[in-house]
Design a protein around this ligand. Sequence first.
Ligand code: MRU
Length: 340
Amino acid sequence: MQTLRTTSLQVRDNQLWILDQQALPQQKNWLPAHSVAALVDHIHALRVRGAPLIGLSASLLLALLAESGMPQHELAEALETLRAARPTAVNLMNNLDRMKQALAQAQFVTALSCEALRLVEEDKKLCDSIATAGSALVTPGSQILTHCNTGGLATAGVGTALGVIAHAYRQGKVKNVWVDETRPLLQGGRLTAWELGELGVPYQLITDSMAASLMARKQVDAIWAGADRIAANGDVANKIGTYSLAVLAHYHDIPFYVAAPHTTLDAHCPNGDAIPIEQRAASEVTGVAGSFGSVQWAPTDAQVYNPAFDVTPTALISAWVLDTGVVTPERVKAGVFQPR
Ligand code: MRU
């Protein structure tokens, strides 16, 4: 396969490499992801993360394994193992559905590699379209609050919600970005803060519990979040903490926008109740670990509840900004989850 490089994925010497998103921003380590077991481990550990990026990394690995001579039946098993690596983000399943079609072809090696590269190129374009459509909704002088990380690290392109924010900033419309640190794994504090700094976008980092008082003080004009899965009725699964922001936004009469590519839509999923929510290790809540070291503050036998995602109901969402256009609540109420 040709050499390829995005912010956090590389194909070189016919092998897949990932930028370790657990070590950022203190360390920039490129790690090998040469086997299914290695990539699944990176996905579990969130060294590869962000719904679009997970799907792309799995597709690229499958194509590279095919090129290295893995037989068709083993590739089919590898595909199913990768599909199960992250239950909530549907981009992985959607991307692998396309790879499965390529795998069924007689010339499956070429078909898989063309499809994987196509998915990467498409993702870049999807991000650009989202950024253009979303920035039209940003009002001049905005203070925007965002959650988790939805930037170039999480996609092959400029990102989703963060792509909108960066584009609107370049248009002179963003005064400040409030970055939720995003407990328990600090994707906001580590990744979004770093990306915004690199992009030169002014931001202030806050702990998740500070958002309410900022809204009460009229310091937030809009909230922009990404999505791991959008159900057919518009309910959105995203990083834990997103739902509380949407409730707060509703109370304070602040628009709450979701930005995502169409690969995040799950037409087979009727509503948020049907979205599987990944439960994660207690150690993520009883302490914290990263390239900065690790610490445990809770009692070793503390009982923990640690869902990785929550569901924001459709009624709390002001608009869904997709690469295909903006879906309005009126359209969703009319039963059509399609851009106007
Ligand atoms: O657990 P993470 O860090 O992968 O969670 C990421 C999010 O919740 C993002 O909002 C979502 O995947 C969209 S990324 C463009």
